[in-house]
Design a protein around this ligand. Structure first.
Ligand code: ADP
Ligand code: MG
Ligand code: MG
Length: 252
């Protein structure tokens, strides 16, 4: 069994030359096959956690560790993290002008597997992954994310998830900007990857809506850069009815 283990993670960013602590000691362990939801109010540091796992240079790790089966993830380059089986779907996916979806996916697959996928099987594999996500095959010839709607960007990310077969996926606000139909399609894609490969998932979301389709085993509530409470799926249900107010109101 593989495990992603985050211990006492402290992360800061520099804004206008001033160091600003964002994550203030996060402990989180995800075993293969588990789905963990990280929920919390805006600005609580959820995306910071995602970017730090992915190795974004803007986020400085001041303390703590991230380990994948005991290997030091923080010492790995972004590419090494991807090859080790970590996958990040961004809250705001970037456009890649001049690179088609088909080329992007093939290049990513080659980089992660260390060899190019067999030509004979790759075409049908790509086509199936896109059909599963109800994406028009014409998308393969378009530039990555250029002019994509919010929903199309998210579908493209889940196509990557299906093709690249990571061990752990961090999905940051995958539900944002999706209508109910797109949310269902995307969620089914995530559930398929989970069922097929025993993918471990860190599902970051402000709203409980996506948790009706993707069932978390554990729920962690993020407040001010720390986990304020954790529990099972019942915690998400309580948040759905009560919101985050109880975490934000100071208690006497
Ligand atoms: P969440 O995803 O929970 O909404 P974020 O991790 O995006 O929270 O942000 C946490 C805090 O860090 C916020 O106060 C936000 O303004 C700040 N922050 C995050 N990234 C940056 C950045 N690149 N520049 C300035 N401030 C940032
Ligand atoms: Mg499960
Ligand atoms: Mg965010």
């Amino acid at each position: 069994m593989t495990t992603l283990k985050i211990t006492d993670l402290q992360v800061s960013i520099e804004a206008d030359g001033v160091k600003k602590p964002i994550l203030k000691g996060v402990d989180l362990t995800i075993n293969q096959g588990e789905i963990h939801a990280v929920m919390g109010p805006n600005g609580s540091g959820k995306s910071t956690l995602a970017y730090t796992i992915a190795g974004h240079p803007r986020y400085h790790v001041d303390g703590g560790t991230i380990e994948l089966d005991g290997e030091d993830v923080l010492a790995m380059s972004v590419d090494e993290r991807a090859r080790a089986g970590l996958f990040l779907a961004m809250q705001y996916p970037v456009e890649i002008p001049g690179v088609t979806v088909a080329n992007f996916l093939r290049t990513a697959k080659t980089a992660i597997d260390g060899e190019a996928p067999a030509i004979r099987t790759w075409g049908p594999t790509l086509k199936k992954a896109m059909t599963d996500l109800k994406m028009d095959p014409a998308f393969a010839a378009r530039n990555v994310n250029e002019g994509f709607s919010g929903g199309e960007k998210k579908r493209h990310e889940i196509v990557q998830l299906e093709l690249l077969k990571p061990r752990f996926a961090v999905l940051d606000e995958t539900d944002s900007g999706l209508d109910v139909d797109a949310l269902k399609i995307v969620s089914e894609g995530v559930n398929r990857a989970h069922a097929d490969t025993g993918l471990g998932i860190l599902l970051i979301t402000h709203y409980t809506r996506i948790l009706r389709y993707i069932k978390p085993d554990f729920v962690h509530v993020f407040v001010d850069g720390k986990i304020a409470e954790e529990g099972g799926p019942e915690l998400a249900e309580r948040l759905e009815s009560e919101g985050y107010d109880r975490y934000l109101t100071p208690t006497a």
